[in-house]
Design a protein around this ligand. Structure first.
Ligand code: NAD
Length: 343
């Protein structure tokens, strides 16, 4: 294996990009070679922090650099697909902020482009890399919850109100990516309802529903108009129930040994429930964004697959797009075509 560091450039340095730049800059085996934003004033805010990096307002400077391995796209959502396409076509690996694109068609085209060129394409579905989600995934995959019946996500707060993106597109990628990751199936049907109270045509609150072929149901409550700050995912199984609460510091994951008792042969007997121990597994206190960046650098260096690759990112976009159609049609269920990218 070469000792040469992986050279990374970050494009888009206003609000979120600096978090990515900081992590890539600090990672062993990685060099933040380029920092790019088309706004010179935005660049000026970061020059002192990265004296070893080259600053530019032009993405083409990065794409022309033969020593640059990968580009991180942290620009506004409508620019993700066109910029990621330029990066992949220049023969670079790409890390793209969520969501991967605005349409399933564009997202699947990017996944296909990366595949055809043997390039890494990874989407920043941050929570998929969260140690607490890894624990919940382990419990699901090992059958510790029994049969998974349904799961639901709460992502509510007062703000940040985005003018150009509704609560579904802004907050939904997090919960949808986690649900697809946990269930491991391509959804068959979705629906969504929502309301726009603050800005016409921009939903502040969205209730979404995902049906998976196995019968598992996922439910989402997404809102930036809510008194509670909630970042929670609950999974209900036939034998145990588990809650991932990202607002907690010491009990991110709680496993409830609760569930229904299978019905006995006796006719007419009520189904009884069982309420057992509550268990709090220890979760490593690692910054999820750091893990994401580490995984990307490893993928670039060792060509290792990641759980938020092009196909996974494209499925999330397909779900968002189908939910948007449902939202515009009073919650009518929208079927997702079989095939396409697999979550
Ligand atoms: N994973 C997360 O939890 C998380 C959180 C917040 C934001 N995000 C994502 O991060 C991305 C950026 O969000 P933000 O709030 O920082 O956006 P922003 O609009 O505040 O900043 C985007 C920056 O990109 C620059 N830019 C736009 N087009 C460019 C181009 N062609 N070349 C170079 N620079 C260009 C702009 O000048 C601006 O400085 C979005 O995709 C958003 O969804 C992710």
């Amino acid at each position: 294996m070469s000792e040469r560091p992986v050279n990374v450039g970050v494009v888009g340095m206003n609000y979120w990009g600096p978090n990515l730049a900081r992590n890539f800059d600090r990672l062993e085996g990685c060099r933040l070679a380029w920092v790019c934003d088309r706004d010179e004033a935005v660049l000026d805010r970061h020059r002192a922090a990265y004296p070893g990096s080259t600053f530019t307002t032009d993405l083409d400077d990065l794409l022309r650099d033969d020593d640059l391995d990968a580009v991180v796209v942290a620009t506004p959502v409508p620019t993700h697909a066109p910029l990621a396409r330029r990066v992949l076509e220049a023969g670079k690996d790409a890390f793209v902020e969520k969501p991967l694109a605005l349409t399933g068609e564009d997202a699947n085209a990017l996944a296909a482009l990366a595949d055809a060129g043997g390039r890494v394409l990874m989407v920043d579905h941050l929570l998929v890399y969260h140690p607490a989600v890894a624990k919940v995934k382990e419990l699901v995959d090992e059958g510790r919850l029994g049969q998974v019946f349904y799961l639901y996500g709460n992502r509510q707060n007062l703000g940040i109100v985005r003018p150009d993106e509704n609560a579904l597109w802004s907050l939904g990628p997090h919960d949808i990516s986690v649900m697809l990751h946990l269930v491991g199936e391509r959804p068959s049907e979705v629906s969504a309802t929502g309301e726009s109270y603050l800005q016409p045509g921009v939903e502040d609150v969205v209730f979404g529903r995902i049906r998976f072929p196995s019968g598992v149901i996922g439910h989402l409550h997404l809102s930036w108009l809510d008194p509670h700050k909630m970042r929670k995912m609950t999974v209900i199984g036939s034998e145990r129930m588990v809650v991932f609460d990202d607002m907690e510091t010491e009990r991110k994951v709680t496993v409830y040994d609760k569930g229904p008792i299978p019905r006995t042969e006796t006719y007419g007997e009520y189904i009884q429930v069982r309420s057992g121990d509550i268990h709090i597994p220890k979760i490593p206190a690692a910054e999820p964004l750091r893990i994401v960046c580490e995984r990307f650098v490893r993928a670039v260096r060792d060509r290792q697959p990641t759980p938020s690759d092009g196909p996974a990112g494209a499925t999330v976009v397909e779900v968002l797009e189908a939910m948007s159609r449902s939202l515009a049609d009073s919650g009518r269920p929208v079927a997702l075509e079989a095939g396409g990218a697999i979550a």
